[in-house]
Ligand binder design. Structure first.
Ligand SMILES: C[S@@+](CC[C@H](N)C(=O)[O-])C[C@H]1O[C@@H](n2cnc3c(N)ncnc32)[C@H](O)[C@@H]1O
Length: 280
């Protein structure tokens, strides 16, 4: 079953914490001249037209990028993210993770994208800003293990499944565990939804996944969460999180610095930033 289409959710508050975290990692990797690789296991269509009927149906960007765009930014990371949102808008799109990754790549860096949905894959293939990317129409969990460790061993993996099926939570866990055994220093970004009781078994599965990921052997890891509603409210998703394994040096501090402004601009009810494994 592949019914999820990211266009309906493009630019929402979850995209903001996901894409801001990804941008922060990419900027840190680009501080060294050595090349890096980026793997996006669930890439989506790459970018979403501002006037797309699916984007306009829910207008979820009003809970995310529209608020970032409307604010005066005081921190470098938020200023650069806002500048990228403006550049994307000038091209007529909301950026997806592939657009953001491509915007930060230098000539020798490597971008690998996986997307299982046939029509999303076709859109991704046609994106002109992805001319130098390796684009696969395959299962992202399978493809991640088949293509790692990459030739360029400094790098980041974004794991951003739709979590349509309960089994995806366990697939994330087992894939990250196997990935770290073959590519121990990979920086791994896992996005996950924070779900109320209304979401039934998925709420528990998401919490169990977070707890299991926190137990994996790695040099360092931290967790970022942004809540936009009360957990007891009648919404399905009350916020979302990014679990970041093997973060680049001072990534935690960069995110910590922008979190108060980010929280205020997105109207967050609560934000959390905690080390799970802290390298001495
Ligand atoms: C949340 S969206 C990705 C959004 C994208 N990462 C971004 O930030 O712009 C999840 C995507 O995963 C795709 N998908 C679902 N199951 C998949 C699988 N097993 N392997 C790869 N892609 C999958 C969906 O079609 C959808 O496009």
């Amino acid at each position: 079953m592949l019914s999820y289409k990211h266009a309906f959710h493009s630019g929402n508050h979850a995209d903001v914490i996901k894409h801001l975290s990804l941008l922060a990692v990419l900027e840190k990797l680009a501080q060294k001249t050595k090349p890096f690789s980026v793997i996006d296991t669930h890439a989506g269509a790459g970018a979403y037209a501002l006037d797309d009927a699916q984007v306009e149906q829910n207008k979820e960007y009003q809970t995310g990028v529209a608020l970032i765009n409307a604010a005066t930014q005081h921190h470098g990371l938020l200023q650069r993210y806002q500048a990228l949102l403006i550049t994307a808008a000038e091209q007529g799109v909301y950026p997806g993770s592939p657009w953001l990754a491509a915007s930060q790549l230098r000539d020798n860096d490597q971008l690998t994208l996986m997307e299982l949905h046939p029509s999303e894959y076709q859109k991704l293939k046609r994106q002109r800003f992805l001319r130098n990317a390796n684009i696969h129409n395959r299962d992202g969990f399978e493809g991640l293990l088949a293509t790692t460790p990459p030739q360029i061993k400094r790098g980041v993996v974004l794991i951003d499944p739709p979590y349509e099926q309960l089994s995806e939570y366990e697939q994330v866990n087992s894939s990250v565990g196997k990935l770290l055994r073959r590519w121990a220093n990979a920086c791994v970004l896992v996005w996950y939804p924070m779900l109320t009781k209304r979401a039934g078994q998925k709420a528990k599965a998401s919490e169990q996944m977070q707890a299991a990921l926190a137990q994996l052997e790695c040099a360092s890891a931290f967790n970022l969460q942004l809540e936009v509603s009360d957990p007891t409210s009648d919404v399905g998703m009350y916020g979302s999180g990014m679990l970041i394994i093997n973060p680049p040096w001072q990534l935690f501090e960069s995110i910590e610095a922008v979190l108060p402004d980010l929280s205020h601009q997105l109207g967050a009810t609560k934000t959390t930033l905690d080390w799970l494994v802290h390298a001495e």
